[in-house]
Design a protein. Structure first.
Length: 363
């Protein structure tokens, strides 16, 4: 139950430029306005784009560690020594196992938020038993999609609470109106955009192969916005296939919304997700979304092609053929965009903030 100045310790060892971090910072911004909470954030290093006087940020000394598992170990001890009362509540956004272990040792409550499909790391009886045991020790489990909630029940026989990702719709629309210089998109082409980290999970290579397949059958351009280890690999494919005139990779941007708004479609080619913010953000900006049928999130958001277009994950031919036909289905796509825009309204951040508060209240 929430007492005066209930202490919440948010735990996210490795802060990257993704939807998980964006969701966390949105929630923290709202919590700072509530005088009932005392807030701490435990992470390896201070976030560059998020500071607030009402949040105490706990970080390590500068050790120069880039390896994520080593950051997890450092942050385990940072979190461990922050716990001095059973009344404290740990809210874990990453590396949930260490957060649960700390709560078991120190006797505090822990609420874990799961961001990625269980199918990514539970692939045999041993891992299933391991995760079922540890996750059962969490006081509450939060997931961000209906399919994800079903996964927890089916795979681990555990109940999870569904709280969708919180998005500041007014802010997204405002940022989308910022002027920028765009010499890449061409009104005579199908202009595609992909926004996300350049990592194997996002499977941008399938998107590039699809564009390469479609380019001789329709005028097409692709803008990829993101940073990560796969950049050289993707650039090599672009050069090898002679796609430099129609494909461009830009570094991660804090504000991709003007480009998303001006694209004809946003494509998500991921192999797995939790609940991809970028699809909802595109819907808010009335941009058509095309996504793989990966677990979890896209199928729920698009719902049988009513609010976008689904393709088979990893299947570049399936995606390529869909891209060729996008302009031929303009009437249907306008309806999909409108359906998506109306659907996205339910992700207004204040609604989900209230759901989080209620969950904490009953811990």
């Amino acid at each position: 139950m929430i007492n005066d100045r209930q202490e919440l310790i948010f735990y996210i060892p490795s802060i990257e430029r993704g939807g998980v971090e964006k969701n966390l910072f949105e929630l923290l911004s709202l919590l700072t306005k509530d005088k009932k909470f005392k807030l701490k954030l435990v992470t390896y290093e201070k976030p560059k784009n998020f500071q607030h006087k009402n949040i105490k940020i706990i970080t390590s000394i500068k050790l120069g560690i880039k390896n994520r598992p080593l950051k997890y170990i450092v942050c385990f001890f940072l979190l461990f020594f922050q716990i001095n009362s059973k009344k404290q509540i740990v809210v874990s956004y990453q590396n949930n196992i260490f957060a649960i272990l700390v709560s078991m040792i120190r006797g505090c409550k822990v609420l874990i938020r799961c961001n990625t499909s269980l199918k990514k790391y539970i692939n045999n009886k041993l891992t299933k038993t391991f995760y079922r045991f540890l996750y059962s020790k969490a006081d509450k489990i939060i997931v961000n999609s209906k399919d994800f909630k079903k996964e927890f029940k089916k795979i681990l026989n555990l109940n999870a609470y569904l709280i969708y990702n919180a998005l500041n719709i007014k802010k997204i629309k405002s940022l989308s109106r910022v002027k920028y210089r765009n010499n890449f998109f061409d009104k005579n082409h199908l202009n595609l955009i992909s926004v996300g980290r350049l990592v194997p999970q996002k499977d941008q290579i399938t998107l590039l192969k699809a564009v390469n397949y479609a380019k001789d059958k329709t005028k097409i351009k692709l803008l990829i916005m993101g940073s990560g280890a796969e950049r050289n690999f993707l650039n090599n494919y672009i050069y090898t296939k002679g796609l430099r005139k129609i494909v461009k990779i830009l570094d991660f941007s804090k504000n991709p919304y003007p480009q998303v708004k001006n694209a004809d479609a946003l494509v998500l080619s991921s192999l797995f997700e939790g609940f991809p913010n970028v699809l909802i953000e595109a819907q808010i900006l009335k941009t058509l979304i095309i996504a793989s049928n990966c677990p979890t999130g896209p199928r729920e958001i698009i719902e049988k092609n009513l609010r976008g277009i689904i393709f088979k994950k990893g299947d570049y031919l399936n995606l390529g053929k869909l891209l060729i036909n996008v302009n031929k289905e303009s009437k249907i796509n306008k309806k999909r965009v409108l359906n998506g825009y109306n659907y996205a309204k339910k992700f207004e951040h204040k609604k989900h903030y209230n759901s989080f508060k209620k969950l904490v209240y009953f811990l």
